[in-house]
Design a binder for this molecule. Structure first.
Ligand code: FPP
Length: 253
């Protein structure tokens, strides 16, 4: 049975948290790690951690809307996650449908636009269709872009982009002289999106796990030991506060 967590009438309001008005990252990408360990510590099955992870997603989407973040990209299912036991895969891939079934009206009311990156074709129909429905339904919204990375792997994305680009060169739709970083970016799943300004990884590991390898070239990284189901609005605002202290030099001085 699903229990709805209030989306925007939560007691944790501006009275308790400071919402930075300036230097908010436009695009935040999150590797939501630690669900399995969260469950293991409580003697619960791993899927209980993913379920609790969904509650954290609700809190962080809400916080991102309040902070006027433009794009929030969530690493929901990687191309490597197919190595997990089938029941766990099925459980994770049902979560987007569950989330959207409960919260799509709230997301629409808050002008959120749903997007997805990754190989959607090879996902189960219940995942693909529910996400596609939300994409279509929110297409004209211009608030937060909530971007699910689903069946996403960065190396595969880069290879596919290269293949498409070479096809266009072969078909004389593009000349080799026109190829530059900007042009190549247009062949990636993230075409049209700004690169992430801030990457958050929960769960204590410090690696990229094949996430947005091209797009994270100049991104600020923020790691925390907090397991994803425990990641709250407070930690999210802490990450934003640290981001505000960083000096981004992009290779300059
Ligand atoms: C990694 O933790 C987490 C995942 C592979 C799944 C993440 C999915 C969610 C949090 C739900 C998202 C739902 C929506 C609708 C966006 P892990 O299982 O690898 O944790 P561990 O390292 O402790 O084992």
């Amino acid at each position: 049975m699903s229990m709805k967590i209030p989306f925007f009438n939560n007691k944790q309001s501006k009275e308790f948290f400071h919402y930075p008005e300036d230097h908010t990252p436009d695009h935040i990408a999150i590797i939501m790690d630690g669900n399995g360990r969260w469950a293991g510590k409580r003697g619960m099955p791993r899927v209980a951690g993913h379920k609790e992870g969904l509650s954290a997603v609700v809190k962080i989407v809400k916080a991102a809307v309040k902070c006027k973040v433009k794009v929030l990209t969530l690493y929901t299912f990687s191309t490597e996650n197919w190595k997990r036991p089938k029941p766990e895969i099925d459980f994770i891939l049902r979560l987007p449908k569950e989330f959207l079934h409960i919260y799509l009206p709230d997301l629409i009311a808050n002008n959120v636009r749903i997007e997805a990156i990754g190989d959607m074709e090879n996902l189960p129909a219940y995942t693909r269709e529910s996400v596609q429905f939300a994409i279509d339904r929110t297409r004209d919204n211009d608030g937060l872009q909530l971007n699910f990375a689903l069946n996403y792997g960065s190396r595969r994305e880069i290879l596919n982009a290269m293949k498409k680009m070479f096809t266009d060169i072969n078909d004389a739709k593009l000349s080799m002289d026109e190829v530059d970083e900007q042009q190549f970016s247009e062949y990636l799943n993230t075409a049209g999106m700004s690169d992430p300004d801030l990457l958050i990884r929960t769960g204590g590991e410090k690696r990229l796990s094949n996430f947005l390898l091209w797009q994270l070239a100049y991104t600020e990284f923020w790691f925390t030991d907090v397991l994803w189901p425990d990641f709250s609005e407070k930690e999210f605002l802490h990450a934003l506060e640290e981001y505000r202290q960083r000096k981004r030099r992009y290779g300059g001085i």
